[in-house]
Design a protein around this ligand. Structure first.
Ligand code: FES
Length: 122
């Protein structure tokens, strides 16, 4: 039988604060969407980091979050599309591309070049 946990989400992009109850056997993102709320997502399979959040308090389980390095998991980041709640939680959405840039560096931020790469002058 499912156990339910209360999740509070600070959606920093929209300024929206959600409080929802989610079962421990359903992905958090899926459960929140089924209750009529929208949060950032893209791949839905733990690879792209679009759905990444910072965990402010509480615990979750994310064994399929292959797109997130062990280091960032330890720093308190999670991918909601493949996370299960293990307690009441408080999370906030990341800054745009924050996790992607932390993992892969600023030069190759998704979809755009932020700094010119040095050109060979010859
Ligand atoms: S939507 Fe891509 S990792 Fe969650």
């Amino acid at each position: 039988m499912s156990q339910f946990h209360t999740i509070r989400v600070n959606n920093r992009q929209t300024g929206e604060h959600l409080t929802v109850s989610v079962p421990d056997d359903q992905y958090i993102l899926h459960s929140i969407e089924a209750q009529g709320y929208n949060l950032p997502f893209s791949c839905r399979n733990g690879a792209c980091t679009t759905c990444a959040v910072r965990i402010r308090s509480g615990e979750l389980y994310q064994p399929e979050a292959v797109g997130l390095s062990p280091e960032l998991k330890q720093k308190g980041y999670a991918l909601l599309c493949v996370s299960y709640a293990r307690s009441d939680l408080e999370v906030e959405t990341q800054d745009e591309d924050e996790v992607y840039e932390l993992q892969f560096g600023r030069f190759f931020a998704r979809g755009r070049v932020r700094f010119g790469l040095p050109l060979d002058e010859d």
